[in-house]
Design a protein around this ligand. Structure first.
Ligand SMILES: [Zn+2]
Length: 413
């Protein structure tokens, strides 16, 4: 019994046909393929009993009225842009699962005391222009107009691309929901990580979208002959970087607060087999669901770096290159999602999101929450991304249950 699963998977397959590269899925913000996908989605929404339109920032909006027309809306959405050579489920699953849930309400003639708006945002991935969350920020009333002046790699301004797409750069402020017009924001999304699969669970409840801090670290020691300089007299920048990498790993591994730390790139100079590295540079990325945990961890890790540098006689320079606060999901919404997961007979597991999502744009603006869906091997941003038809079905069943039991709780968090 797959219920909604088979139809949803077929739609996801069909939707993946809107691509710039035949055989691969690449659908960037404001391209003709994005517009064709938006038209297809609006038609689908129409068949599901919604009034569909394109908002000024290029978001597809499908509205299903409640018992009283014009009632405040529960917003449910995700993104329909993709990375290059993407999988079919990142973003698209959340939008098409929401359409499937509303289609079921419509089929049964069910109206709720609130409206539902399904949102298909156009730019979560930030691949074409050097900005992200354009659509969700516009709906949340947090759009920065400077984004309109950014250009893609062909020199096309976002404002011009948006106009050609059918959006309206001058009217973006009007895309924002007025206070009282929206009740909450929900997002269904693949986990993009391996936790649910390892736990044997189809879905999970997101606690927060992790905050992240990134550093560029540079070390200066002393280059020297690999054969002639005794070990005790060396100032090896790469060996220091290696010890720092392990220190960062140790701090994160010792935490039980969802902390992760990664050294993703490391370089050494002069980079020869017979020369002690005189210079090293590496990146450090630290993420956690709570800002205080992340800040404490950064302080601990940087303290360890200073100790290692001093002991090894290596100069240390650290630059912060990125710092973004965590976006906690609302406790009330988490409880509602957890209740629906439990009613579905699934053990409710809460987990943080290590990746960014549209839901971030709503933190502090609306009660916000996310349901994660298991994906094979935790793989995403890759054509090998996959989910099962049973899990697709579960995600719609649980979303429907959340909608049917939804209670508006006054403000966040
Ligand atoms: Zn996504």
């Amino acid at each position: 019994m797959t219920g909604f699963g088979a139809d949803l998977m077929a739609r996801l397959d069909a939707f993946a046909g809107f691509t710039e590269e035949p055989g691969l899925l690449t659908r960037l913000f404001l391209t003709t393929q994005h517009r064709a996908a938006a038209d297809w989605l609006m038609e689908l929404m129409g068949k599901a009993g919604m009034n569909a339109r394109l908002d000024p920032a290029g978001t597809v909006v499908g509205r299903y009225e409640g018992t009283v027309p014009g009632a405040p809306a529960l917003l449910i959405g995700s993104h329909i842009d993709t990375v290059r050579n993407a999988g079919k489920y990142d973003g698209n699953l959340g939008v098409l699962a929401a359409v499937a849930a509303v289609a079921e309400l419509d089929r049964r003639g069910e109206r709720l005391p609130f409206a539902i708006e399904v949102l298909g945002f156009g730019d979560e991935e930030g691949v074409r222009f050097p900005v992200t969350l354009t659509g969700s920020r516009a709906v949340a009333g947090r759009f920065d107009r400077a984004a309109l002046e950014t250009r893609d790699r062909d020199g096309v301004r976002m404002a011009d691309a948006l106009r050609a797409f059918g959006g309206d750069p001058e009217a973006i402020a009007a895309a924002a929901r007025k206070p009282g017009d929206a009740l909450a924001f929900l997002e269904v999304h693949i986990e993009q990580g391996p936790v649910l699969e390892a736990e044997g669970l189809p879905v999970g409840i997101v606690t927060a979208i992790n905050g992240a801090t990134r550093f560029a670290v540079r070390l200066r020691g002393m280059a020297g002959h690999a054969g002639t300089v005794p070990m005790a007299l060396r100032r090896d920048a790469l060996a220091a970087a290696a010890e720092m990498t392990l220190a960062a790993e140790r701090v994160a591994a010792a935490s039980d607060a969802g902390l992760v730390a990664t050294v993703g790139r490391i370089e050494a100079k002069p980079g020869a087999v017979n020369v002690i590295p005189g210079e090293a540079a590496f990146t450090l990325d630290v993420r956690a669901p709570e800002d205080a945990v992340r800040r404490d961890a950064c302080a601990t890790i940087l303290g360890a770096f200073e100790e290692i540098a001093a002991r090894r006689g290596v100069e240390l320079a650290v630059e912060t290159t990125h710092d973004a606060a965590a976006a906690p999901c609302s406790p009330g919404i988490r409880r509602q999602i957890e209740a629906a997961v439990t009613r579905a007979g699934v053990r409710p597991l809460s987990l943080p999101s290590g990746a960014g999502h549209d839901a971030m744009a709503f933190a502090g603006v609306l009660p916000m929450g996310m349901l994660f869906v298991r994906c094979a091997g935790g793989i995403s941003h890759n054509p090998a991304e996959s989910i099962t038809v049973e899990d697709a079905d579960r995600s719609v069943q649980i979303l429907l249950d959340i909608i049917r039991h939804f209670e508006h709780e006054t403000p966040t968090p």
